[in-house]
Structures are given as structure tokens and as C-alpha cells.
Design a protein around this ligand. Structure first.
Ligand SMILES: Nc1ncnc2c1ncn2[C@@H]1O[C@H](COP(=O)(O)OP(=O)(O)OP(=O)(O)O)[C@@H](O)[C@H]1O
Ligand SMILES: O=P(O)(O)OC[C@H]1O[C@H](OP(=O)(O)OP(=O)(O)O)[C@H](O)[C@@H]1O
Ligand SMILES: O=C(O)c1cccnc1
Length: 486
């Protein structure tokens, strides 16, 4: 059982909770939605991840006596009765969420939290922390997967990850998006992800000769032999020594698995090494490559004709180094006033940052004939559900004259109930189920939305009612126009 992360939150959440409590407004109901505005890496989609961690966090959410003592020491001098309220705290609200592995898009609710303003406010920070990081890494991994042509992908990032949690949950996110194994043993133990590994340069350096090092390794682990061949000179020394070790194994009826290239021109070296292995009758020995790889280097190496079967990807993946954060936000969309739920909006001078008011559902509209997704459609829960045969108007929320109608479609509800009145109603799927759901999700999209470079923009549309409410609230917050010219 995971320990409580109740204080894994920003101080301003506690201060707002306190102020609501002191004001007597802490029990009012509120609805928040988490979403991002911009896709990372210029990708055409993101891969939603982080739900399992969010579910574990909310289920275990409890202030320990130690937490309470820490809070009592703060300069805010919280009223002891507030601290008593926290001692009794339990999340009693509702959560709806996208499933892990889902393809998700900007400006659609990914997680929806309904509860008292106090509990919904508390969970914001941790929820965004988990969702933003894991979704970012799953998306980066998915880009790498897209260029890998079914080759084996190994996650090697732990040494460069932003600390332990990032390594372990990042390894899981990579696996969700189609990586095959991780070098992180803790991730293997915790999540059942297959583990894999070769050996380091230090293994070779710790012997008098490269040959001795290779042979010693092969004697101990004859069924798991992947030899790192670049410690001294890949083609002059490493590959010839590896071939000798492979022949020694063959004499014992064993087959060496692979060699690993970790520096130099990986295209050239892999082509040369492949030829040397083949000429030695070792066509079954595979080639693993590593060294600061990402989707672009892998794509180029393939275009250059590299003969690489397995890619070990570390730093660039686990740190999402070309875009190290996803800007997911958590916005209040409804609040209770005199027992009634009222939509609320956040206005901004930047039109992209104006929030969409009201509690909303998300449907994926799938063409019945092609079985491909046409758009995501956001509507209020009390609207007529989009359903096959019922003409659905899809219009661009910024340019409403850009519209089209669909008739023969399936409308798949994307937000699953996860907690109802604080009770977990969602059974967490196995990682294998999440991976296969992710593959099904990819199958729903035409390739133009999935390509790495300049993908087509997938439509995320809001219903007429949502659009009208948004316009109304924007207007109501605008300064009135002057009656006469000044
Ligand atoms: N043929 C190739 N085409 C495109 N990129 C390549 C090719 N071969 C290697 N790379 C990439 O170029 C970069 C080379 O990095 P760098 O110069 O630091 O490595 P190196 O000098 O070969 O090895 P070391 O890690 O020992 O310094 C790596 O990101 C590697 O993946
Ligand atoms: O490059 P990454 O994608 O992060 O993959 C993992 C790297 O980690 C190891 O070496 P390390 O980087 O520790 O040492 P090196 O740079 O000297 O090879 C391994 O040999 C890879 O090169
Ligand atoms: O097993 C490997 O080859 C490995 C693992 C982590 C980092 N670099 C390489």
C-alpha cells in the first residue's frame, strides 16, 4: 500500500482550503477539468497516462499525524479546528478520466473532478504532476515507436531521469506506448514490465583483454549474451572478438543474442558489423544500438540503411529533452451557489487561454464505414447524447462557419467513471490491457494524424450549447460598450 501523499501539493491549495473553511464555503460543490492546450513535440496526438498513479494517490489520500504537526508549525497558524477537519479528511467526490493509453488532444477534459471545493482543490497539484509527466513520456515514447517499424525498443533512461519516481513511472509510460522492455529492475518488479540488459564498458575494462571479458560473460550467462563492442575499436577489435565468443558458444550448442554498438557512426558500423557477422555464419546474431537516440536519429539511421534490430533509448526519452514538460492545467468549470451549480469561466487576453465553462463529457466520433475517428465532440452531460443516425454538427469553435455534418457514426464516451462518492468504481486494467487499448486507439486514426512531422490537426469540437454558453459568459465579463463615441 502506497503511503499518503497528502502534502504533495502546493501551499496555496492548503491556504485556499483554509480560507474556504474559515469562510464557511469549503463544503460547496465544484467541478474541475484537467486538460492541456498544446501538444508536445509538434506531435499530432498525446498518449494519456498517469491514471493508475492518480487512483492510488486519491485512494490513499489522508493527512497523517506527522502531516498535521507539520501544518501546525506553519506561519499561517491554521486554526486547530481546521487541522481537525484535515485529520478527518477523505476524498468523497467523483472522478471521471480518460483511460491510460487513449489518444488525447488539446482542450478536451482528460480528468474531471467533482467534489467539495476543498477536496477538489487539494488534489490539483498531484493530479497534474502525475498526468503531465506520464502523458509527456508516453507521447515521446509513442513517437519513437512510430518510427521503429516493429523493431525492439528498450527503455534505458534511469541514470538520466529526474530522480527515482520519474525513472520508474517513465519506464511504465514508455511500455504503455509500445516499448518492449526496460532496464529498470524496480519498474519490472512493480509493474511486471519485461526487463532487459546488456553489459557496460566497465565489464570489458575490468579484464586484461576484451576477448577474456566477452568469454567470461558468455560462460556465466550463455543464454543472455549481448556484447558491447565499442570499448576499444568496434570493427577492428570488438566485432572480431564477439565473433570468436559466438563461435565458442556455438560449440556448446548455444547462440549468442546480439552485439551492442554505443558510439560512432551507427549506420556505417551496423552495416559493416552485419556483414562481418553474416560472413562468419552468424546471421542470427542481432545488432543493438544505443547512444543518445531519439525518434529523429532512429528515423535517419533507418533512412541510411542501418542494420539495427534493437534500439536502447535513454536520456532523450526519459527527460523528454526536446520538450521537458506538458502544460496540463486544472480549471474550475462549475461551482455551487445557493444549492445550484453555475458554470464559471476564466477569461484571458490570450483567446487560447479562455476556459470552456460547464461540466463536460467527451465523445470520440467514429465513422461507421471507415471505422476511423472523425472528431472529438465535447457536450454537457444533460444534452442529448450524440448517437448513430442523429445528425451531428461539427463546427470550428473559433470559426463557426467552418462546419460539417456527420450522420453514420459511433459516439464513444471517453471519460470513464473512476470514483463515485469517494468509492473507486474503476478496476485498474493490467498493463497488457492498457497496451492493447493503446494499439486499438492508434488503429482508430488515419496515418496523417499520427505522422511525426507536420501531422494533420485532429478536430476537437464543442456542441452548439457549449459554444453558446461560452460566448454568453465571455460577453457577461466584457466591459459594456460606451453608448456614444468619445
Ligand atoms: N549515421 C548516423 N546518422 C545520424 N545520427 C547518428 C549516426 N550515427 C550516430 N548518430 C548519433 O549521433 C550522435 C553522436 O554523438 P557523439 O558524437 O556524442 O557520440 P560518439 O562520439 O559517437 O560516442 P560517445 O558517446 O562515446 O562520445 C548520437 O546521438 C548518435 O545516436
Ligand atoms: O544514451 P542514452 O540514450 O541515455 O542510453 C543509455 C546510455 O547509457 C549508457 O552509457 P552512459 O551514457 O552512461 O555512458 P557513455 O555516454 O560513456 O556511453 C549506455 O551505454 C548508453 O549509451
Ligand atoms: O543494458 C544496457 O545495455 C544499458 C542499460 C542502461 C543504460 N545503458 C545501457
Amino acid at each position: 500500500m502506497q503511503t499518503s501523499l497528502a502534502l504533495h501539493t502546493d501551499k496555496y491549495q492548503i491556504n485556499m482550503m483554509y480560507a474556504h473553511w474559515a469562510n464557511g464555503t469549503h463544503k460547496r460543490q465544484a467541478v474541475f477539468e484537467a486538460y492541456f492546450r498544446k501538444l508536445p513535440f509538434g506531435n499530432g496526438y498525446a498518449v494519456f497516462a498517469g491514471l493508475e498513479r492518480i487512483v492510488n494517490y486519491i485512494s490513499a489520500l489522508k493527512f497523517t499525524e506527522e502531516d498535521i504537526r507539520f501544518l501546525a508549525k506553519q506561519e499561517e497558524q491554521y486554526d486547530p479546528r481546521f487541522l481537525e477537519e484535515l485529520r478527518q479528511f477523505k476524498f468523497r467526490g467523483n472522478v471521471h478520466s480518460m483511460k491510460e493509453g487513449a489518444l488525447v488532444f488539446p482542450n478536451e477534459p482528460l480528468v474531471r473532478v467533482e467534489g467539495t471545493i476543498m477536496e477538489a482543490q487539494l488534489v490539483e497539484t498531484a493530479l497534474l504532476n502525475f498526468m503531465n509527466y506520464q502523458t509527456l513520456i508516453a507521447t515521446k515514447a509513442s513517437r519513437i515507436k512510430q518510427v521503429s517499424d516493429g523493431d525492439t525498443l528498450l527503455e534505458f533512461g534511469t541514470r538520466r531521469a529526474q530522480e527515482a519516481d520519474a525513472a520508474v513511472w517513465g519506464a511504465r509510460a514508455a511500455y504503455v506506448a509500445g516499448f518492449h522492455a526496460t532496464s529498470n529492475m524496480l519498474a519490472g518488479e512493480r509493474f511486471g514490465i519485461p526487463t532487459a540488459g546488456t553489459h557496460a564498458h566497465s565489464w570489458v575494462q575490468s579484464f586484461m583483454s576484451e576477448q577474456e571479458a566477452f568469454d567470461a560473460y558468455a560462460k556465466v550467462l550463455p543464454d543472455q549474451v549481448t556484447l558491447l563492442v565499442d570499448t576499444f575499436d568496434t570493427l577492428e577489435s570488438g566485432v572480431p572478438h564477439a565473433i570468436k565468443t559466438a563461435k565458442m558458444l556455438e560449440a556448446q550448442g548455444k547462440r549468442m543474442r546480439a552485439i551492442r554498438l554505443d558510439s560512432g557512426d551507427l549506420a556505417y558500423l551496423s552495416i559493416q558489423a552485419r556483414q562481418m557477422l553474416d560472413e562468419a555464419g552468424l546471421d542470427y546474431v542481432q545488432i543493438v544500438a544505443s547512444n543518445d537516440l531519439d525518434e529523429n536519429t532512429i528515423f535517419n539511421l533507418k533512412a541510411e540503411g542501418a542494420r539495427i534490430n534493437t534500439w536502447g533509448v535513454g536520456t532523450q526519452l526519459i527527460t523528454a529533452s526536446d520538450q521537458p514538460s506538458l502544460g496540463g492545467v486544472y480549471k474550475l468549470v462549475e461551482r455551487e451557489e445557493d444549492g445550484e451549480m453555475l458554470p464559471t469561466i476564466k477569461i484571458s487576453a490570450n483567446p487560447e487561454k479562455v476556459s470552456t465553462p460547464g461540466k463536460k463529457d467527451v465523445y470520440r466520433i467514429v465513422d461507421q464505414k471507415t471505422k476511423k475517428a472523425v472528431a472529438d465532440y465535447i457536450a454537457f452531460p444533460d444534452e442529448d447524447r450524440p448517437r448513430n443516425g442523429k445528425k451531428l454538427k461539427l463546427f470550428n469553435p473559433v470559426h463557426p462557419y467552418l462546419k460539417k455534418y456527420v450522420v453514420n457514426y459511433d459516439a464513444i464516451p471517453m471519460l470513464e467513471p473512476i470514483f463515485v462518492d469517494g468509492e473507486q468504481v474503476y478496476e485498474l486494467p493490467s498493463l497488457e490491457e492498457i497496451r492493447s487499448y493503446h494499439r486499438e486507439q492508434l488503429d482508430l486514426f488515419w496515418p496523417q494524424y499520427l505522422r511525426k512531422l507536420n501531422p494533420e490537426i485532429y478536430r476537437v469540437n464543442i456542441s452548439q450549447k457549449v459554444w453558446e454558453l461560452k460566448q454568453k459568459l465571455i460577453d457577461s465579463h466584457m466591459a459594456p460598450e460606451p453608448e456614444h463615441d468619445e
